[in-house]
Design a protein around this ligand. Structure first.
Ligand SMILES: [Zn+2]
Length: 203
């Protein structure tokens, strides 16, 4: 076996349209509502652009709201199943700060803001990232019902488990707006115009 014949690295690339989308956004988003409104908007544009599913995430400094990183679901555009919004945002923040631990010494507290509750992959990724605050536009069965994505066997105590590890959880900050994004996506599925890349369902 020659190592040189195998891949040596992989990366997740964000789409260029984020430049336009972020241009009018201030450097800091002081309120939770502003942070969530941004991820809902990016989630909506992301599936329309064909990068992946209707998901977006940002990492901000919890107090000031300074935007540290942005992530959208790039599974389709990168051909990597790991490319969920949370993983992308976490990786970009760690790359920007040059650390694997967003909760490391000397750093301000970091908050991950997502348009829906993490899947099983992102549950772990979020737990190990060093963030101390998780804010979700929504959570509940609507995501799987509307989009048909499989979120995996999430445990019922996920929120308590985050809290037990020092990660504060706020849910349902803008649930109707988050659901609206999924409804639009669903209409596109029913119209046959998009690929749900989804992993095999347990069903
Ligand atoms: Zn995920």
């Amino acid at each position: 076996m020659q190592f040189s014949t195998l891949a040596h690295t992989f990366s997740l690339d964000l789409p260029a349209w984020l430049e336009d989308e972020l241009a009018p956004v201030p450097e800091a988003l002081p309120t939770r509502e502003e942070r969530v409104a941004l991820v809902n908007r990016l989630a909506d544009r992301n599936w329309r652009e064909g990068n992946g599913g209707p998901f977006a995430a940002i990492i901000v400094e919890r107090e000031s709201g300074r935007i540290v990183s942005v992530g959208v679901n790039v599974v389709l555009s990168n051909d990597i199943s790991l490319g969920h919004a949370e993983v992308t945002a976490i990786g970009m923040a760690q790359q920007a700060l040059g650390t694997w631990d967003l909760g490391g010494e000397g750093l301000p507290e970091h908050e991950l803001v997502v348009n829906w509750r993490p899947c099983v992959q992102c549950y772990g990724a979020t737990m190990w990232s060093g963030i101390t605050s998780l804010v979700l536009a929504g959570q509940g069965p609507e995501l799987e019902e509307l989009t048909t994505f499989d979120e995996g066997p999430m445990i019922a105590t996920w929120a308590e488990d985050f809290e037990a590890r020092g990660i504060r959880v706020a849910v349902d900050v803008a649930k109707p707006e988050a659901i609206e994004v999924f409804e639009q996506y669903r209409a596109a599925i029913d119209g046959g115009s998009i690929t749900v890349y989804n992993a095999r369902s347990a069903a």
